[in-house]
Design a protein around this ligand. Structure first.
Ligand SMILES: [Fe+2]
Length: 494
């Protein structure tokens, strides 16, 4: 088998000093931060600054794309969304931290390993099909969630893929115990912080355009239904409130004919600026009717922070792209390093269940992505959120992007920010409560940071109540873990 790999050790520009950052060098560092890992690693992390809080007893799972067999056109041709899933497990146990990384050995991965060449179509790269089979890779590279004792790697164009929670060994495709009503589920399930129910949607370019599944805490699927929608869009995320599932129908249109004709997913997607951002609100119970709310403007977002109901309204926050054309081009060019900013900004949407009105309010003009909160409050009123934001004062865009973690306060308190500094880019931040009954915000904000200067990653543990302060711990990996997308912490799973 011939496996081509991207060299991560080629000569590269160095940054002279922190005060005179060099944009070309930073671009090289930034590109390297996202480039694939070359092997699976397993080791105890022993190079630790500070102390890992002993209250952390569980595993932080993270997932992201890390392509092993590259296309003929090379690594830089890949789309942001392309790549084999590499699931990373950080096991916290009594002040110790153990790392393990394993590729998700799904059908796409195994077939490609067998063939020794990139096949079939990724999001950017089109490969002529060998027969009339459906030719889009299903690479479980977007999220990993632990629910009902199952560890599931997720991507939005496939069913979940089950992994062993401890070894991360691949087990196989996972379907729910009711007949599936679509060909895939999303990578963004929402686990109700109070009930433990997991709600997950699917979308496709033929009817039913949307699907909803409810998985009980014991793993039983209690609802699997199609959801009426006026047309098909790319719907990356959904939200839940106490009584409703909320479907953000943002007008990133997906042309199924392009896909069926052998085109790439990237070619099939476009923004229809004439259509508004709409929210479909549907009771979480069986047979619920959808009610549509139109936002004042056309926009798109990948990620919801949280949603909840209060005084007859649903409040939903998200990181919104006001010009999705920029986004579509940027994620297509991500691997070249051309995309060096995130222009999503935080918005609050207010859906009035009585009048049917939708209001929107921009909360900040600072680039913001990967919004998270205390998972115990998903679908319920929360005060605090944690997002990755741009370094506002930095001199060039590679310095700004993904440089900080911001804590925001819905009650209008001062926001606080942890700045990792030049050439250090943080992944999504996950909040872990100090104890099961700890108050909101009493706990730790954990993320994986790539340090361009050392060409290695470290795990950062911040005190949520003093987020701008020195990290409680920086646990230095002995290798570079590619930047990734999403992950979750599982208490007690060590
Ligand atoms: Fe996502």
């Amino acid at each position: 088998m011939s496996v081509e790999r991207q060299s991560a050790t080629a000569a590269r520009p160095a940054i002279a000093t922190e005060t005179h950052p060099d944009a070309q060098a930073l671009r090289a560092w930034w590109t390297e931060a996202w480039s694939p890992a070359t092997k699976e690693e397993t080791y105890e992390i022993t190079d630790i600054e500070g102390e890992i809080p002993r209250e952390l007893h569980g595993t932080l799972y993270r997932n992201g794309p890390s392509q092993v067999v590259l296309p003929e056109e090379g690594y830089h041709k890949l789309h942001l969304f392309d790549g084999d899933g590499l699931v990373n497990g950080f096991r916290f146990d009594d002040g110790h931290l153990h790392y393990r990384g394993r590729f998700v050995k799904d059908a796409s991965y195994l077939r490609e390993q067998k063939l020794g060449r990139y096949y079939p179509n990724g999001v950017n790269v089109v490969v002529p099909p060998e027969n009339d089979e459906f030719t889009i890779r299903q690479q479980h590279n977007t999220n990993v969630v632990h629910h009902a004792g199952k560890l599931l790697a997720l991507v939005e164009n496939a069913y979940p893929f089950e992994l062993d929670p401890r070894t991360l060994d691949s087990i196989g495709n996972y379907v729910f115990d009711k007949p599936m009503v679509g060909y895939s589920v999303s990578a963004h399930p929402k686990i109700d912080g109070r009930t433990g129910q997991m709600l997950i949607h699917g979308y496709q370019w033929y009817e039913p355009y949307l699907q909803l599944y409810v998985i009980e805490p014991d793993g039983h699927c209690s609802l699997a239904e199609g959801v009426d929608a006026p047309y098909s869009v790319m719907m990356h995320d959904m939200a839940i409130s106490q009584n409703h599932a909320i479907f953000p129908l943002a007008p990133i249109m997906m042309d199924g004919n392009v896909l069926m004709g052998g085109g790439s997913l990237n070619q099939a997607l476009s923004w229809d600026r004439e259509k508004p951002l709409r929210f479909g609100v549907r009771p979480r119970s069986a047979g619920g009717e959808v009610r549509w709310f139109d936002a004042p403007s056309s926009a798109f977002f990948f990620h919801v922070g949280n949603a909840y109901e209060e005084n007859g309204k649903i409040f939903l926050d998200a990181c919104t792209y006001q010009n999705p054309d920029n986004l579509l081009e940027g994620i297509r060019e991500w691997r070249t390093g051309k995309m060096n900013y995130v222009d999503a900004v935080p918005y609050l949407y207010e859906l009035d269940l009585e009048t049917g009105e939708c209001r929107e309010k921009q909360l900040s003009d600072r680039g913001s992505e990967f919004p998270r909160l205390d998972d115990r409050l998903v679908g319920h009123p929360n005060r605090f959120g944690y997002a990755v934001v741009a370094r506002r004062e930095a001199g060039n865009s590679y310095e700004r992007v993904l440089g900080c973690i911001q804590k925001y306060d819905r009650q209008g308190g001062p926001s606080a920010c942890h700045d990792f500094g030049v050439g250090q880019w943080t992944s999504e931040a996950v909040f872990v409560p100090r104890a099961p009954d700890a108050a909101e915000d009493d706990g730790f904000v954990v993320s994986v940071v790539y340090d361009g200067a050392t060409r290695k990653s470290f795990v950062s543990v911040l005190d949520a109540r003093n987020i701008e302060g020195k990290p409680l711990a920086k646990a230095h990996l002995s290798h570079r873990m590619p930047m990734g997308f999403h992950g979750n912490y599982a208490h007690g799973v060590v």
